[in-house]
Design a protein around this ligand. Structure first.
Ligand SMILES: [Zn+2]
Length: 176
């Protein structure tokens, strides 16, 4: 109100009223996305798309599954397309390999049922071979389906699971 009264007085005096000062709004910087916080470059989506669909033509570079197709996932990374079994390396197989005994029992213990062959939709990922998201050189990237990616990173995941388990239990993180 004071501003209005001052302007009216200025007008009565025959002066041009001064414009009120508006404080400049300073926007806080936008927080980095989760991927950027983990060290992925800004154009990661573009790099990933180029590796998966231009370089690998939408086919897993390890086992040969196609992006978006539906396959049957068996033991030891084996998989089936239209009745034909393939190994984790993409070689044709007569029949699927057996479940490793340890894996079979662990599955039974955790899920109260033996492991089964599962129908899965293939999604291609772009994997970092040295596990460093900052290193996006072509030789360090591979287009892998979700099973091959998990198998490639499983040691790293086991380590992370162990640390997170210790943290969740409120224990000191064991030295690994
Ligand atoms: Zn694969």
């Amino acid at each position: 109100m004071a501003g209005f009264r001052l302007s009216m007085r200025a007008i009565e005096r025959g002066e041009k009223p001064r414009r009120a000062r508006v404080p400049k709004i300073v926007k806080p910087p936008r927080p980095l996305s989760k991927l950027r916080q983990r060290g992925y470059p800004k154009d990661w989506a573009k790099i990933s798309r180029r590796v998966r669909f231009d370089r690998a033509k939408g086919i897993c570079e390890q086992c040969g599954k196609r992006h978006g197709e539906i396959v049957y996932q068996g033991p030891q990374g084996s998989w089936q397309r239209e009745g034909q079994w393939f190994s984790e390396r993409g070689e044709a197989l007569e029949k699927p390999p057996p479940w490793p005994s340890r894996q079979w029992w662990d599955h039974l213990r955790h899920y109260c049922e033996p492991p089964r062959i599962r129908r899965v939709k293939v999604i291609l990922h772009t994997a970092h071979l040295d596990h460093n998201p900052r290193n996006c050189a072509d030789a360090n990237l591979a287009a892998l389906c979700q099973q091959c990616h998990l198998r490639y990173d499983v040691d790293l995941h086991r380590w992370t699971w162990g640390v997170n388990r210790d943290l969740a239990r409120g224990q000191r993180v064991a030295f690994r």
